[in-house]
Design a protein around this ligand. Structure first.
Ligand SMILES: NC(=O)c1ccc[n+]([C@@H]2O[C@H](COP(=O)([O-])OP(=O)(O)OC[C@H]3O[C@@H](n4cnc5c(N)ncnc54)[C@H](OP(=O)(O)O)[C@@H]3O)[C@@H](O)[C@H]2O)c1
Length: 324
């Protein structure tokens, strides 16, 4: 099968499209034929081995996993022993926590997958896992947003942010979105009640007050959270120093800030697919790349200026071949 492989840390240019062995089916796992992937900042963090501390998990001197990729959508080809939720032919999507899905086939644990509802596109479903789970868990699991509350979402126009606006609205919150001027109309179209263009107003001097502050961009400092919010959720970080500073100050304060790593659970994946099916959220795809262009897709999102999501397609599916 074809797969994008790496045998050292580096930029997208080190990725090679190679013929490799089909993955072996493991207990509790599925073999999925991949139809679409999406790109996430996690992919280039893993590819580059940055931040360096993460190499204790991904391999200190060279990557442990040969094949890159976390978000996928496809069709179950084989089911392993001790699986119960899927059968051959089911359409599934999910987040591989062990990489390995930028390939024609992948072996993935069944507990990081959920079924794709009828009528949904593979490209859209592949965009949901990491960004959608992160938005959902930031707002609901950790942010505990309640109907009628106000939330400020910093970094509202990217993968996580554009889902966060829509999920917050679906749960009845009033949303203030922070993005660049060029994305103001976009975030309004997703339901944002108010917009702060960070290139016109300095967010570090913003005096608005909110029940919850969610920072996907990761440039808010501890004082920003305290000044603007009653509670905070840190999703992204700009530098390790910035994150460490917020977390250090939090340990000496009663102000509630949560920093978390999103987890793929069947329940949360199903919540996301229901929200999509019911039309409460939609996936905005900024660009679709072919699978041969996966390195270009990674370079594109590395600029951190994506509007919504970037998808990559393995199979030419009717209505989904609008590759740019
Ligand atoms: N904790 C977790 O489990 C978890 C999971 C997923 C992602 N993350 C992290 O969350 C962050 C966002 O991920 P993503 O997938 O949403 O990335 P993305 O799709 O690349 O989006 C980045 C967004 O950041 C915005 N941005 C850039 N500079 C900004 C600024 N100064 N102020 C406010 N917004 C700014 C951009 O909007 P404009 O173009 O309008 O500037 C862009 O839309 C990344 O750091 C990622 O590593 C964490």
């Amino acid at each position: 099968m074809k797969a994008f492989t790496k045998n050292k840390y580096g930029g997208p240019e080190i990725l090679r499209l190679e013929e490799v062995e089909l993955p072996e089916l493991k207990e509790g796992h599925l073999i999925v034929k991949i139809f679409a992937n999406s790109a996430n900042p996690a992919d280039w963090h893993i590819l580059r081995g940055k931040p360096f501390l993460a190499r204790f998990a991904t391999g200190l001197f060279k990557p442990k996993e040969k094949i890159l990729g976390t978000d996928f959508a496809g069709i179950v080809e084989q089911v392993g022993k001790n699986t119960s939720r899927f059968k051959v032919g089911d359409k599934v999507f999910g987040e591989s926590t062990t990489s390995g899905v930028f390939a024609e086939y992948a072996c993935v644990a069944e507990n990081i997958c959920a079924k794709i509802p009828d009528g949904m596109k593979f490209s859209e479903m592949a965009c949901l896992p990491i960004a959608g789970l992160t938005a959902l868990q930031a707002l609901i699991t950790h942010g505990q947003i309640q109907k009628g509350e106000t939330v400020l979402i910093n970094g509202a126009s990217g993968g996580v942010g554009h889902f966060a606006i829509q999920i917050a609205k679906a749960y009845g919150a009033n949303v203030t979105a922070v993005c660049s001027t060029k994305n103001a109309d976009f975030v309004k179209s997703l339901g944002a009640d108010n917009v702060i263009a960070y290139d016109k107003e300095n967010i570090h001097q913003h005096t608005g007050e909110y029940n919850l502050v969610v920072d996907t961009n990761g440039n808010l400092n501890f004082q920003d959270y305290k000044r603007m919010g009653q509670r905070g959720v840190m999703v992204g970080f700009t530098t390790m120093g910035q994150m460490a500073s917020v977390l250090l100050k939090k340990t000496f304060s009663k102000f509630p800030i949560v920093q978390f790593t999103a987890e793929a659970t069947p329940k949360d994946l199903e919540t996301l697919s229901s929200l999509l099916k019911e039309g409460k959220i939609k996936v905005h795809i900024d660009r679709i790349f072919s699978y041969e262009q996966i390195p270009d897709a990674i370079s594109y999102i590395e600029a951190m200026r994506t509007r919504g999501k970037v998808a990559m397609i393995w199979e030419s599916i009717e209505g989904e071949n609008d590759i740019k």
